[in-house]
Design a protein around this ligand. Structure first.
Ligand code: NOJ
Length: 677
């Protein structure tokens, strides 16, 4: 074929491949992002040890950092390599999501694949694949099938992340008290940290915002980061109980190690690097995947109004569920979650989950009648499977449990793993847990069921491949405001999550508490104003979004409830208008289904005025803005209730001053006006 025709054709396909055989002397290779701002370098030193580094606009982000592995049953793969082959690919394409924070995602990156071979007899091969995007770097190891590397027990992955300076990092500790990420985030210098979870978010001395995480965690252990010297972290894979980190057999690939790079904190929020590094959707028919809003027999348990187990306060009764369903139907909510419906909750259910049946209901919960009532009221029953960490016990009932729910028209199931360990000995985020959670997602998909997973392994973008993995917990959610002995989530908590936990994917934070007059534990309460609870619906993305409070409390707050009913769960566009991690953030998001825009702004304990330009709105159109803001005297600690609701006509040339009170927020709905309005 004529080369002049060939090259444009390849560009049309969105991918250009240039392959070259390096000369034996060539040991260093660069690859830049399409916008030339990020530059990746790979090199082998004299000893044949592989290193990579990353810069952004000539500012060092990651200094030369080591790559490699140690095994229990094989020699380490760390040195004595030569470069056997180098390939380069360019990709510029886009793909559509069935739901998300963006409808269309651009995948524009340059790839460098370096095949390394040991310089010895019985040589082994390790490929390092780097993808350099405008929003950062992803790289992974690939091990082809080969004679001298077959079945391996990884004892250590030696991937390093060496920062240019002793940067500030937003971090949370790894699996100690609990292994499902329910700690407060801290900000420290790198040198002051020990072992930290990902996503970990760095504010660099060069004014960059950098987040280290991983993508497509498949049949492997989660990566945590062990601080090994001044500015360096080394990968610390979460082990099996016997100390092995990962069991694998060639051919296999590791997850992608990701380094998101932004010039503002908002650049991290809108980064799509993690999704781009996951495999395309495997679920052909997505018609049953329904982003939706749900209420639940849930907050009542956390407030001790109801119990999960049987007794006079049992929450999951037929009558109570029917009342919740009637309320949901009347207010246009899509689903009703019911916890504590099934056998196994009596006594200390957290101690041993092997008492749980996922098919037998308690006698006061008529599952069939409830399913019929749901269908009649056009709401969905949302299922619940709490396992208390008894993963294999749950697996033994998985098919029966999902098939029962499928028959009854249930489309979403909330799963839970309240226990320090899975099956009494394995971490949630080791390879054991990763395999278990994947099995649940895949089995659920077979029965057309969406998953809302609590006490999960962290998100790594798998919702691209399995769009029935809707949302997860994996952080301190609203429930801590009911019973945490430390007083609940401090006001800054939700101004940190968007730049840390939320980079891992949607979160079932469960916003929407509108009544602050409860006392489960003296002094413990929701540390926000009412307006901030509304703004959280825009800030905290979850395609299954909860209206967390009790029906009787929504009846007392009709204005606030109106916003909760109207705010969408999924978005066709997302913009971060301003942000300072731990202090404030304002997001603007466009409804997936209409031309409405929504804004959510939240602050920490400080009051502040945030000026926002409305240039995200469409030119030449008048919008009616319904503004829900902190009223006079609103304060998260003394008086959370004052809410002022006002209407204003605006265009994209206008700006608004948002006045946020201590622990407060503003939520706005912008609706295009028709000519007769
Ligand atoms: C912990 C979950 O996070 C919470 O939402 C649920 O109510 C309890 N486990 C019981 O499953």
């Amino acid at each position: 074929m004529n080369i002049k025709l060939y090259v444009p054709l390849l560009f049309l396909a969105g991918c250009l491949i240039v392959s070259c055989e390096p000369s034996m002397k060539e040991r260093t290779f660069d690859q830049s992002s399409p916008d030339q701002k990020n530059l990746l370098n790979f090199y082998l030193n004299e000893q044949g040890e592989p290193f990579y580094s990353l810069s952004h606009n000539n500012k060092e982000v990651i200094k030369p950092s080591r790559l490699g592995f140690e095994f229990f049953n094989n020699k380490a793969l760390l040195n004595n390599f030569e470069v056997e082959k180098v390939e380069r690919h360019q990709v510029d394409t886009s793909w559509n999501q069935p739901w998300g924070e963006f409808k269309t995602i651009k995948d524009n990156h340059n790839e460098l694949r370096v095949t390394l071979k040991e310089k010895q007899d019985s040589a082994r091969i390790m490929i390092v694949a780097f993808k350099v995007f405008n929003d950062g770097l992803g790289f992974r190891y690939e091990f082809p099938k080969q004679a001298y590397l077959d079945s391996v027990e990884i004892s250590d992955e030696k991937t390093q992340f060496t920062f240019a300076n002793n940067e500030a990092v937003w971090w949370m500790p790894v699996h100690r008290d609990n292994s499902y990420y329910e700690s407060i985030y801290h900000k420290n210098k790198i040198s002051e940290t020990d072992t930290i979870n990902t996503p970990a978010t760095f504010e660099t001395k060069d004014s960059l915002f950098v987040a280290v995480h991983e993508a497509n965690l498949t049949d492997y252990a989660s990566m945590t980061l062990l601080h090994t010297s001044q500015n360096t972290y080394e990968t610390d894979l979460v082990p099996w109980a016997n100390g092995v980190k990962v069991y694998a057999q060639t051919p296999f690939n590791t997850p992608w190690r990701t380094v998101m790079v932004g010039e503002t904190p908002g650049d991290l929020v809108t980064s799509t690097l993690g999704l781009n590094l996951n495999e395309p959707n495997q679920i052909e028919d997505v018609s049953w995947i329904e982003p939706s809003k749900y209420i639940g027999i849930w907050w009542g348990m956390h407030l001790e109004k109801y119990s999960w187990g049987q007794g006079p306060k049992h929450g999951a009764t037929t009558e109570n569920t029917i009342n919740y369903m009637d309320f949901a139907s009347e207010h246009g909510l899509d689903g009703v979650l019911v916890e504590g419906w099934n056998v196994g909750w009596d006594g200390d259910w957290t101690a041993d989950g092997r008492a749980f049946s996922f098919t037998d209901a308690y006698p006061d919960f008529d599952l069939e009648a409830i399913a019929k009532h749901a269908a009649m009221k056009n709401v969905r029953l949302i299922g619940h499977h709490e396992t208390a960490g008894a993963a294999s016990h749950y697996e033994s009932q998985l098919e029966d449990a999902f098939s029962l729910y499928h028959r009854l028209g249930v489309r979403a199931v909330k799963t839970g793993y309240v226990n320090k360990y899975l099956d009494k000995k394995e971490w949630h985020d080791g390879q054991y847990g990763v395999r278990h959670y994947r099995k649940v997602i895949e089995t659920a998909a077979k029965y057309q069921i969406m998953i809302d997973n609590h006490e999960p392994v962290k998100g790594t973008g798998l919702q691209r491949t399995y769009p029935n993995l809707m949302t997860q917990e994996g952080a301190r959610g609203q429930e801590y405001n009911a019973w945490s002995t430390d007083g609940g989530n401090p006001p800054e908590h939700t101004t940190i999550l968007p730049f840390t936990r939320m980079l891992a994917g949607p979160m079932d934070f469960t916003p929407g508490i509108v009544d602050f007059n409860y006392e489960t534990i003296p002094g413990t309460k929701v540390q926000t104003t009412l307006a901030k609870q509304l703004a959280l619906y825009v800030v905290m993305f979850s395609p299954l979004q909860m209206t967390a409070d009790l029906p009787e409390n929504y009846n007392k707050q009709p204005q606030a409830f109106q916003f909760i009913k109207e705010v969408p769960e999924i978005w066709s566009e997302t913009k971060v208008l301003n942000a300072q991690i731990g202090s404030y953030v304002t997001m603007a998001r466009k409804d997936w289904n209409t031309d409405n825009w929504f804004v959510g702004a939240i602050t920490n304990a400080e009051s502040r005025t945030l000026k926002i330009d409305l240039d995200f709105l469409k030119e030449g159109i008048y919008y009616q803005a319904m503004i829900y803001q902190d009223g006079e005297g609103a304060n998260y600690s003394t008086n959370p209730y004052p809410l002022e609701v006002k209407k204003q006509i605006v265009t994209n040339k206008d700006a608004l001053n948002l006045n946020l009170k201590p622990g407060g927020g503003t939520a706005i709905k912008f609706k295009p006006m028709s000519l007769d309005e």
